[in-house]
Design a protein around this ligand. Structure first.
Ligand SMILES: [Zn+2]
Ligand SMILES: [Zn+2]
Length: 352
């Protein structure tokens, strides 16, 4: 029986999850941003201006969906070249959201055009101040989730963060492994923070490639492909939340399923297809010199045996890494063994 890891139904929509406009410090207006992304095949743009929730539902058309969101920052003291910070994007389930308890008027830039957007209601509803502590960051994530939002953890490298800063935090739906704005200045993120959080037992923590677009040069270099039934706010939001997605800086993943003990993946022409796990085992297919591959059928035999050997409380996972000739990646999310295998049966066999 075939078990689809990325759903077979619906269609892929190209999503920009991290953008800034003239509402905060971006160069493009919300309309210009929409036009530039549409030109590059995007159907969805999350507007994540700094510290201000400004819905752009007026930009909705038959082929374009704006997502209501914002980016919040918590810095460790006075800003300078050595200051560590957390940047989180909060994506709201309700497209008309204007108020959030995570809002903090004191964190809005002193720029006149931004101050002008703060209302008394926003001030009263939001929080008085923010603290650079993990407890406070966890409070922000939990509060956003109570408000029906999903939260991403952005550009750890630019934020000068390491494992001590994110280990133990719970409830991110995604973490950026690519941020075009950061990588544009040579601060290149990695997949490791996602692997680390998965190893701590977080099941979501989807891999996100975003532009953090501040100007035209950032547009369309990192993207998320979401599989959804329709281009409707709820459909797209729920597909993101469920993890019906992959992210990429170039290559495409067209299909991903498990059938008869094989993991099958179909892609655009690439050089390497790797199934990376939580343990010392990979599933892989590599193209020869001058060749390209567009699919792989990878035996799950060893993976299944390892599931039977896994320590108590450990649920092995596999996540796909697809690499093209330019070294660009597409990452799937992690699929835990109990999503596509009869884990109880495997363990019972292993013990007999
Ligand atoms: Zn940021
Ligand atoms: Zn940003």
């Amino acid at each position: 029986m075939r078990k689809y890891l990325i759903p077979n139904g619906g269609r892929f929509y190209k999503v920009a999850l991290h953008t800034h406009t003239t509402v905060s410090d971006g160069r493009l207006t919300p309309e210009e941003l929409k036009d530039e992304y549409k030109k590059r095949g995007f159907s969805v743009v999350a507007y994540t201006d700094h510290e201000l929730i400004v819905p752009h539902n007026d930009l909705r058309d038959a082929d374009f969906l704006p997502i209501t969101a914002y980016e919040i920052a918590v810095a460790d003291g006075k800003w300078g070249p050595f200051t560590k910070c957390y940047h989180l994007n909060i994506y709201f389930k309700d497209k008309d959201t204007a108020l959030s308890r995570t809002f903090c008027a004191r964190h809005v830039s002193s720029k006149e055009h931004m101050q002008a957007l703060i209302t008394d209601e926003m001030r009263a509803y939001g929080t008085e101040s923010r603290e650079y502590t993990k407890e406070f960051i966890q409070w922000l994530v939990d509060t956003a989730r109570e408000e029906g939002a999903i939260v991403s953890y952005n550009h750890p490298v630019w934020s000068l963060q390491d494992k001590d800063d994110y280990s133990g935090l719970r409830g991110f739906f995604g973490v950026e492994w690519h941020n075009s704005s950061s990588s544009g200045i040579g601060m290149i993120d990695a997949i490791q923070p996602i692997q680390d959080l998965l190893l701590e037992g977080e099941r979501k923590c989807y891999p996100l490639a975003t532009d953090d677009c501040h100007s035209l040069k950032d547009v369309g270099r990192g993207f998320v492909m979401v599989k959804a039934e329709r281009l409707e706010y709820d459909d797209i939001f729920d597909a993101l939340d469920r993890g019906d997605l992959y992210s990429s800086t170039g290559p495409e993943i067209k299909e991903l399923y498990v059938e008869d003990g094989m993991l099958v993946i179909k892609t655009s022409p690439v050089k390497k297809i790797i199934g990376f796990t939580d343990h010392r085992h990979t599933l892989r297919k590599m193209a020869g010199e001058g060749e390209y591959i567009t699919e792989a059928s990878l035996s799950l035999e060893t993976f299944i045996r390892n599931v039977g050997l896994a320590p108590e409380g450990r649920m092995p996972f596999v996540r796909m890494d697809v690499i093209d000739e330019y070294g660009r990646h597409a990452y799937s999310r992690a699929y835990f063994a109990d999503e596509f295998l009869n884990v109880d049966g495997i363990r019972k066999n292993a013990n007999n």
